[in-house]
Write a protein that binds this ligand. Sequence first.
Ligand SMILES: Cc1cc2nc3c(=O)[nH]c(=O)nc-3n(C[C@H](O)[C@H](O)[C@H](O)COP(=O)(O)OP(=O)(O)OC[C@H]3O[C@@H](n4cnc5c(N)ncnc54)[C@H](O)[C@@H]3O)c2cc1C
Length: 382
Amino acid sequence: MATLPLTQLSEDEILFRDSVLEFADHEIRPRVREMDEHAAFPKDLLAQLFGLGVMGIEIPEAFGGAGATFFHSVLAVEALSQVDPAVSVLVDVQNTLVVNALNKWGSAEQHERLLPRLASGTVGAYALSEAGSGSDAFALAARATPTDDGFELTGRKLWITNAHEADIFIVFATVDPSAGYRGITAFLVERDMPGFRVGRKEDKLGIRASSTCELILEDCRVPRTAVLGEVGKGYKTAIETLNEGRIGIGAQMLGLAQGALDHAVAYTKQRRQFGTSVSDFQGVQFQLARAAMEVEATRLMVYNAARLRDVGAPFLQEAAMCKLFASEVAERTASLAVNLFGGYGFVKDYPVEKLYRDAKIGQIYEGTSNLQLQTIAKGLLG
Ligand SMILES: Cc1cc2nc3c(=O)[nH]c(=O)nc-3n(C[C@H](O)[C@H](O)[C@H](O)COP(=O)(O)OP(=O)(O)OC[C@H]3O[C@@H](n4cnc5c(N)ncnc54)[C@H](O)[C@@H]3O)c2cc1C
């Protein structure tokens, strides 16, 4: 069989992508500004996302999911992000981190118990970072003390996406701080478990409708069945899911850049100065052409990393590169869109001001740009 071009989608992928794009255009676009201003994610929109089938993309059909691929998650995140990157990150975390980790590391019992819920109405969150451990994630301080029938979790997690909406949390804690990263263990914590509480919600620069909260664990008793994977192997779960999650952030930034470019093209065609459309000026055309080239390069990198992951080929370098590049292109393209909207780019009545604010997070979460460079350099230099 001939190898397909990277950006040529199958019939099923086109149908899926177009259904998400249409949903984003009709159901999300009219609400973007209000959601951003109120920094809130409406419950009914959440229900619609479950109805659309984008909250359990890789969950097997037997458990109520779509039984699709990681690449489908990337398509959904990209499409949603063209309209609102705050909505896309909720979907991204659910699929590329939470469902992904559970699919790979969960026991048969955990699959049966949790996957149907995640496919049908329960939001998940992924809690690794703490106040004192961000880039140095394995310096985490949250403790898991063994009890007769499980573990007692104590500590605090910071910056946890989806925490306001979530009922299932993958929480990383150490069973033995003296063991370093070999003590880290992943736990499936439910919102109603005694001793668990969602704390303060952050007031952010961008992706404001996406919740980012602190988690507080005070003698939170969890059964042994809450351990995801093996005790002391949580570092492996974290590394492997975040490597894949990075491709999702690449997709989020790709969609954002495409959205900003689309706005810039439409606006410059319609805006008239010096008796002609602004897009008639070669200086503007060349800026748009350069942005289009960068968006295309980003798409190739993101799609390639996702397709490598789906066929089980190594993708560590490609994931780091696509996340780093996509986040830079998103910032550049959103900035250009603001410039090309002139004064209208600087106010909230037009969508590009928000995309410019939203772009910044791509260089921070799921490994800062410096950490992506570190991964790439390590691959390069050994
Ligand atoms: C909106 C938002 C959502 C988030 N969602 C989640 C989530 O759902 N789950 C979760 O677990 N975490 C989440 N995070 C946390 C995020 O992953 C961390 O903020 C990120 O990893 C950076 O950690 P830090 O903030 O502690 O920065 P630091 O690690 O303190 O970094 C500060 C600066 O130092 C640089 N730096 C650090 N180490 C090195 C080095 N070795 N070489 C060169 N430069 C270095 C960094 O690049 C950065 O510029 C979220 C954060 C935000 C802001």
